[in-house]
Design a protein around this ligand. Structure first.
Ligand code: ADP
Ligand code: MG
Length: 708
């Protein structure tokens, strides 16, 4: 093959594949905007194309004023009859317009003098907004509008307008504009984002091509079926979802195959460390823990690398199983790495392990981004020399500078945050001595059986389906936020009895910054309302050191009430906390609510979870929250959640908390599995060359984990 010459002129840069091209090559995108886009996991023009609208506006047709229905976003057009500043409860500008069918009022609470004079009598104006019934008939508050030039007619042949998930300070128009640019690039040079699915697959499944699908979902024609699009079930969306799920499936299969070809250390059953630990425990293992560990232990003793998922509800005692697995490994003179998704969780594991292994001479060490300087060098040396037996940390464990002496077992505590696939992909990292580590992935995600196949393909799988004895079920109540005073009183009461409480603020929008602000405001209010109690605040934007200080104060009982965002929800173990308030629980998926609730009910007193909802609650929300009230069983809750979510209901994966997919929603898309399995097999046989590209497109690791 002739050697291709790299051409570095600006002109040819345009021909770079869209997934390798920098965002800043788009018009109007500088470093600041690129950073905002990174919040949305967008790092290239290709990512922009895969950032799909979550709803659409229909600006394609004019609605006669007489046909307006409240609550609907529509376009109207009319002649200005007059405008006036009115002084009601709030000063506003009222503009009266008329079309051939009737009269409507536009109301602006914020307006400039220039704006007012521009809205002169007799001019024609086109508005887009939500119609509602006001005191003076049909009104639109703050519509988007355009004063029309004379003779300007309604543009024909328009498409639906996409509305995208966005982030702080990134306006819809701007986002729309840059996605449009990416689409133009794609259409100009179709090779910049390759079709990866083979022709025979597209035909077999009657799928559209990648380019058709992308063009369609970003700009559906005016007669598109909106309800299908908004539910994510339109064939063009499903085609993209199919590709994503296929990539995940192929990735898992490949990991599995590779693991089978590799060898791992044979770690024989423990004779001293485990019996000694079990003797010293104040409790005995549950039957489910015993069974799960027996399965793990058997895997470890074989030289076929273990690839096992350990699933157990919150509080079921997965950590104990991990500790036992670690001991078996250490006793065979191999190292164990334990990775948690957040700094707080990692630290929690570290403290647990330290406490459990006190008195043994196993060296347990901690590594995360915040360990710096000498301490870091020292820790790295301990790991490299093999002196450190158990290493607990965050994603930092996977950096190149971390060299294990003999890694025998890797435990990944994914809680419900990350997809297991990405984690497994991290293990491509070669191991010295030619042995790969055994792997155990712990998850609290109560994945209904029906989804198990799609989520984890053919991993081995152990379940802890029983809670340790003596746990009291958490009593869950639904309380409207108009009864906030009662809630405050309950906090006082619990704290007066020496208990502690959590107050969880949920996500308002897809914006962490806003969430943190809201938590700060709640914190300030609660401090005032609960004078005499020590109220603490923890959220994702605080420094690691600050967070761990607050957590320690909460653990030691110094802080009575901890106000927290959902960002820190998982893994915190403070048995003395017996009350949890969750604000606006209707915003969360049931799986996530269940996880949160699992933070209480860990001690021996009655525990309560108050779901403080905002009225009015939709019928569906009411149903879902009632499920939370009626059960403490994660599996049951997940199954019910699935059942009541009709196809018309739009709930992203994010809300169900199931997996980290970009487009797919396991419950909505479960029906694709059969085709995926069938085609994955065929692709492996007849088109193996596309597998890498598919995995690279959909599971590219660096981007997603660069910031952990
Ligand atoms: P998970 O990680 O599955 O949510 P943990 O491992 O954090 O649960 O366990 C929750 C709590 O239960 C911990 O305080 C742990 O010490 C305790 N625990 C674990 N196993 C048992 C058991 N068999 N009997 C009593 N308590 C247990
Ligand atoms: Mg845990």
């Amino acid at each position: 093959m002739p050697v291709k010459k790299l051409n570095t002129t600006a002109h040819s840069a345009k021909l770079l594949p869209l997934d390798k091209m920098s965002l800043t090559q788009l018009k109007g995108v500088g470093p600041a905007l690129a950073k905002k886009l990174a919040n949305l996991n967008i790092f290239s023009p290709a990512d922009l194309l895969f950032h799909l609208p979550f709803r659409y506006q229909d600006r394609t047709r004019l609605t006669p004023i007489a046909a307006l229905q409240p609550g609907r976003d529509v376009v109207i057009e009319g002649e200005i009859l007059g405008s006036a500043i009115v002084f009601g409860r709030r000063r506003s500008l009222l503009v009266k317009i008329k079309d051939s069918s009737g009269i409507a009022n536009l109301r602006f609470f914020h307006f400039s003098a220039a704006q007012k004079s521009n809205l002169a009598d007799g001019k024609r104006i086109r508005c887009y907004g939500e119609a509602r019934w006001g005191r003076s008939g049909v009104e639109m508050f703050h519509p988007e509008y355009k004063v029309l030039a004379s003779g300007e007619s309604f543009p024909a042949n328009q498409r639906l307008t996409p509305v995208y998930p966005s982030t702080d300070g990134l306006q819809q128009n701007r986002l729309r504009n840059i996605i449009e640019q990416a689409l133009v690039l794609l259409n100009r040079s179709p090779d910049s984002l390759k079709e990866l699915l083979p022709q025979d697959l597209l035909e077999d499944l009657h799928n559209s091509t990648l380019h058709e699908a992308l063009n369609y979902v970003h700009h559906p024609p005016k007669d598109a079926e909106l309800s299908a699009l908004e539910a994510g079930t339109h064939p063009c969306q499903q085609r993209l979802v199919f590709e994503e799920l296929l990539a995940h499936f192929l990735c898992l299969r490949r990991m599995r195959d590779r693991a089978r070809k590799e060898k791992a250390a044979k770690l024989s059953a423990s004779r001293s460390l485990i019996p000694a630990l079990l003797q010293s425990l104040p409790f005995t293992l549950t039957a489910a823990q015993e069974k799960a560990f027996a399965e793990v232990s058997k895997d470890l003793a074989s030289n076929v690398p273990m690839l096992r998922l350990l699933q157990g509800d919150v509080g079921s005692g997965k950590t104990m199983v991990a500790i036992l697995a670690a001991l078996q490994t250490v006793e065979n003179a191999f190292q164990v790495a334990i990775m948690a998704p957040t700094e707080i969780l990692a630290e929690q594991h570290f403290l647990n392990f330290m406490a459990m292994l006190e008195g043994s001479n196993i060296e347990v060490c901690f590594l995360s981004g915040k360990i710096k300087g000498n301490k870091r060098a020292e820790t790295l040396a301990l790991i490299a020399s093999g002196q450190a037996g158990i290493i607990i940390g965050t994603h930092a464990l996977f950096q190149d500078e971390v060299v294990f002496s003999q890694l025998g077992l890797l435990v990944i505590d994914e809680q419900h945050r990350f997809g297991v696939h990405q984690r497994l992909a991290l293990l491509e990292k070669g191991q010295p001595h030619g042995l790969v580590p055994h792997q155990l992935v712990m998850t609290a995600t109560p994945i209904p059986r029906t989804l198990m196949m799609s989520a984890y393909a053919d991993l081995d799988y152990s379940v802890i389906d029983e809670l340790p004895p003596g746990r009291t079920a958490v009593n869950t109540l639904l309380i409207a936020d108009s009864r906030r005073d009662e809630v405050i009183a309950r906090i006082r009461e619990a704290c007066a009895q020496g208990r502690q409480a959590y107050w969880v603020c949920t996500l308002i929008e897809e914006s962490e910054a806003l969430q943190c602000q809201a938590a700060e405001a709640t914190y300030t209010n609660l401090q005032q309302q609960l004078a005499g109690l020590n109220v603490g605040l923890i959220h994702g934007r605080m420094k690691a050191a600050e967070k761990s200080q607050i957590m320690n104060q909460f653990k030691s009982g110094e802080i009575h009430l901890l106000v927290a965002t959902t960002v820190i929800e998982v893994g915190v173990d403070v048995p003395n906390a017996s009350l949890m308030i969750i604000e606006n629980p209707e915003r969360l998926g049931l799986a996530q609510l269940h996880q949160l609730r699992g933070r209480v009910g860990r001690g021996n007193t009655d525990s309560h979870c108050l779901l403080l909802y905002r009225k009015p609650l939709s019928e569906l929300s009411q149903k879902r929250l009632t499920i939370m009230r009626s059960s403490n069983d994660g599996f049951y809750i997940a199954q019910k959640d699935l059942e009541i979510r009709g196809p018309g209901e739009v709930l992203g994966t994010r809300q169900t908390g199931l997996m980290n997919y970009r487009l797919a929603d396991l419950s909505r898309d479960a029906h694709l599995q059969e085709d995926i399995h069938r085609w994955a097999g065929r692709i492996r046989e007849t088109h193996p060359q596309i597998i890498d590209a598919l995995i690279d497109r959909w599971l590219s690791v660096n981007q997603q984990y660069g910031t952990v």
